[in-house]
Design a protein around this ligand. Structure first.
Ligand code: NAD
Length: 295
């Protein structure tokens, strides 16, 4: 596996540290991003080759990781507007690993279309943010079939700590969106709670200390409140636009499954209006500032 060239398309907040961890694990990596400045992040790295377009990645790598913003971009990249996407340049037995947070239904279709052409597809989105992308301890939730997953386990082991095969193609993306919905609901609730506590004259640091020792504890109270929210740095590295996209995916998925989803709808509306009122490019932890300024 280590001799195989891995293509990585999308060298942003997550793609850069993930590619670095693949290099660290002695994989040969070929990378591409539409932002040419991404190349500079790898200037000093041996075993890394920057390619000037995604077609070159398709022609030279049998394993291709996509870590891109959304399903629209993924579908456009794979298929183009007229079957002229990178899939038309794939080598025999190419495997696409979509590690982005994409739409489960699109991933299911991509898996079927690729299979019909003799290629493989795994959805393997990640959780843990930039920090855990850097230290190689991401949670990875995988959708797809064993025959595709087993041979590339060394890739996942280089990137993550908790690797769970959750089901067929699209299942990884479904679990990812649902996870982020749960996480977003927690962050929104914590923001509302801390702002109200502060208005009553309670020190929010103490309130959060109590949450962390009580049943209100969640990922926001443990990881985000002190570092990004009360500190007002709002720089976790995960944009609010991406969080809004994930909640939208979860809300639509719940609807498609004909499950009850009134709270997902409400949660989505709140995040959508926060994204609209915050500056472009705002971090998702700035939800706290939005709630604070709302009244
Ligand atoms: P990002 O915006 O920092 O990076 C995305 C990169 O993709 C950018 O460098 C952009 O230039 C590039 N890109 C866009 N369109 C492209 C195209 N057509 N061809 C090649 N490159 C293209 O986003 P990110 O934070 O790295 O997130 C990537 C994915 O991972 C998203 O789906 C996101 O939801 C998910 N994710 C992010 C985090 C996080 O904490 N940032 C955590 C878990 C999952």
């Amino acid at each position: 596996m280590q001799n195989k060239k891995i293509g990585v398309i999308g060298l942003g907040m997550m793609g850069v540290p993930m590619a670095n961890n693949l290099l660290q694990a002695n994989f040969q990596v070929k990378g591409f991003d539409i932002n040419p400045q991404a190349k500079e992040k790898f200037n000093t790295k041996s075993n890394f080759e920057w390619l000037n377009n995604p077609q070159e990645i398709a022609k030279s790598c049998q394993v291709i990781i996509l870590i891109l913003p959304d399903s629209h971009i993924i579908d456009q990249l794979l298929w183009g507007s007229n079957e002229d996407g990178i899939a038309s340049h794939f080598q025999k037995d190419t495997l696409v690993i979509d590690m982005s947070s994409s739409k489960p239904t699109n991933s299911k279709i991509n898996a079927e279309r690729l299979q019909n052409l003799g290629f493989g597809f795994i959805d393997a989105p990640v959780s843990g943010g930039v920090k855990r992308a850097i230290d190689g301890s991401l949670a990875i939730m995988i959708g797809g079939v064993e025959k595709h997953i087993q041979p590339v386990m060394p890739i996942f082991q280089a990137l993550g700590k908790t690797i769970v095969h959750v089901g067929k193609a699209g299942a990884g993306h479904a679990v990812k969106a649902l996870n982020n919905y749960v996480s977003a609901a927690g962050l929104l609730a914590v923001s509302e709670a801390l702002v109200a506590a502060e208005k009553f004259g309670i020190n929010p640091h103490l309130a959060n200390q109590v949450f962390n020792a009580s049943s209100g504890k969640n990922n926001t109270t443990e990881v985000k409140v002190e570092s990004f929210m009360l500190s007002e740095t709002f720089n976790s590295g995960f944009a609010i636009a991406l969080m809004r996209k994930d909640i939208q995916t979860a809300k639509d998925f719940i609807h498609e499954m004909q499950s009850h989803g009134s709270f997902a709808k409400l949660c989505f509306e709140e995040w959508e209006s926060a994204e609209k009122s915050l500056p472009k490019g705002a971090d998702h932890t700035a939800m706290f500032a939005y709630i604070k300024d709302k009244i």
